[in-house]
Design a protein. Structure first.
Length: 246
């Protein structure tokens, strides 16, 4: 269903749109199994949903959308499923010129790229380069991403700065560490959405989620619609965010 600007403005407080939304794209496999389809069909449908939701969030004025696409723990899944996911991701990145040609979306890959094949790394770099000049919503695709690994990586970089005399240990604070997080160039996370009925972070955006609001639903990710995103934001706008204050 297409939403016009008037439809959106009538239902949402456009002065209170979350600047940065994190999405745990959960339920792809269950969606496929419920339809007696291979799990890879669920992952493909999930990728299509991400495109749709990215466009809608851009229309709303969301500045950044971070999508949990492949975690550091996902390597432990059956080899066939991992191989299918890698093929899907690779083909998705190769199609960036077609998929993003008319979209004001800047695609960024966050996470540790070390384990990926050379051709996958080249596809990631190409996708980022193709969209680098877009000034609309930033779509962070989290690949081989883990919140703990991200914090450990930031700590290593800070340690290097201390070692090289750029900063003294006593001068390290949250702001300094924060600038080494993968999402340092986008606003703080306001809202984290997890569909499919699970209610945990699963190592996603641990640093960034400090004051984020959470929204859960029973919907499997491939079925997640613009209407569901609207419901999540309406609920978010009803929250009283105090950030530790009274």
């Amino acid at each position: 269903m297409a939403f016009t600007k008037k439809d959106i403005e009538e239902k949402l407080d456009m002065n209170n749109i979350p600047k940065h939304i994190g999405v745990i794209m959960d339920g792809n496999g269950r969606w496929a199994e419920a339809r007696h389809l291979p799990r890879k069909a669920g992952h493909k449908a999930g990728a299509e949903t991400l495109e749709k939701i990215s466009r809608y969030c851009g229309k709303l004025g969301v500045k950044a959308l971070t999508a949990y696409a492949f975690s550091t723990e996902n390597w432990n899944r059956p080899k066939e499923e991992v191989d299918n996911l890698m093929e899907l991701l690779y083909n998705y990145l190769l199609q960036v010129e077609e998929k993003f040609k008319n979209e004001n979306i800047r695609l960024c890959i966050i996470g540790d790229r070390t384990p990926f094949s050379d051709k996958m790394k080249e596809a990631m770099a190409h996708a980022e380069d193709y969209t680098k000049d877009r000034d609309g919503i930033v779509l962070n695709m989290a690949l081989n991403y883990g919140g703990r690994a991200e914090i450990a990586n930031a700590a290593r970089l800070v340690a290097e700065d201390v070692k090289n005399g750029k900063i003294n240990p006593e001068d390290i604070d949250e702001n300094y560490l924060g600038k080494y997080m993968y999402t340092a160039d986008v606003p703080e996370v306001d809202l984290i959405i997890r569909p499919s009925g699970e209610e945990r972070l699963s190592n996603f955006l641990l640093w960034q989620a400090a004051y984020a609001e959470f929204w859960y639903s029973e919907i499997n990710w491939p079925d997640f619609s613009e209407k569901d995103m609207e419901r999540a934001i309406i609920d978010y706008q009803k929250r009283n965010r105090r950030f530790g204050k009274v």
